[in-house]
Ligand binder design. Structure first.
Ligand code: SAM
Length: 217
């Protein structure tokens, strides 16, 4: 068995044990996570942990999120395939690769240039040409491609940044961890006319969202 086959078996097991068993039901999300080679987004020295049930360091003090959290946040966006999506916090690029299978066009923004470069290269190698990577402060959103049908923030904010709420299309969803620097809850905001509906999901622990509408450095 070659390395790719070995990782594929681990990946299918990860989807069954960590996702389906814990209640991820969106079939498109499950299929995307069976397809995306997570190990390609994990630094070489941690590659054997790629399909384990936790976050993994990716450099610059950042992490690639636990598979279950990637699946849950993706499911909360309720994507059908035709959407324009913004991700804030590209990190390794793994979540962006999953979103690329679920939506029509993905824009993702990362404040660390090195991480953005690496992610962009890997996404390109995998042929995911519906993802574009930007470097900058994602708390400001990405005005040039707004409005978005869905916005996913993969770092912890003190509150939902106003520019991101404003860049949602009508009916658009924002999923974001909100709370203190150490502990947060996943929130989903949906734009309805002039206001927003909001609901709260499970407790999580993300690295901080650092920027003008996030935490200070
Ligand atoms: N989605 C990533 C993945 O699949 O690997 C995991 C992201 S990691 C948990 C959070 C990322 O958010 C880090 O790479 C961090 O540098 C980035 N980040 C923090 N504040 C940011 C900001 N204001 N704008 C853009 N990226 C930010």
């Amino acid at each position: 068995m070659d390395e790719e086959q070995h990782y594929q078996i681990e990946r299918l097991q990860m989807v069954a044990d960590q996702l389906e068993r814990r209640g991820i039901v969106d079939q498109r999300v499950l299929q995307a996570m069976r397809n995306v080679p997570r190990h390609r987004f994990v630094p070489r020295q941690y590659r054997d942990l790629s399909y384990s049930d936790g976050p993994i360091p990716i450099g610059e003090g950042q992490t690639i999120s636990q598979p279950f959290i990637v699946a849950l946040m993706s499911q909360m966006l309720a994507l059908q395939g035709e959407e324009k999506v913004l991700e804030v916090g590209t990190g390794s690029g793994y979540q962006a690769a999953v979103l690329a299978h679920l939506a029509k066009q993905v824009y993702t923004i990362e404040r660390h240039e090195l991480l953005a470069k690496r992610a962009s290269k890997e996404l390109q190698v995998l042929g995911l040409d519906n993802v574009r990577v930007y470097v900058g402060d994602g708390t400001l959103g990405l005005v040039e491609h707004a409005p978005y049908d869905a916005i996913l923030v993969t770092a912890a904010a003190p509150e939902a940044p106003r520019p991101l709420l404003e860049q949602l299309a009508q009916g658009g969803r924002l999923v974001i961890p909100v709370g203190s620097r150490g502990a947060q809850f996943l929130e989903r905001w949906q734009r309805k006319g002039a206001s927003y509906e909001q609901d709260v999901s499970i407790p999580v622990a993300f690295v901080p969202l650092v920027g003008r509408h996030g935490w200070r450095e």
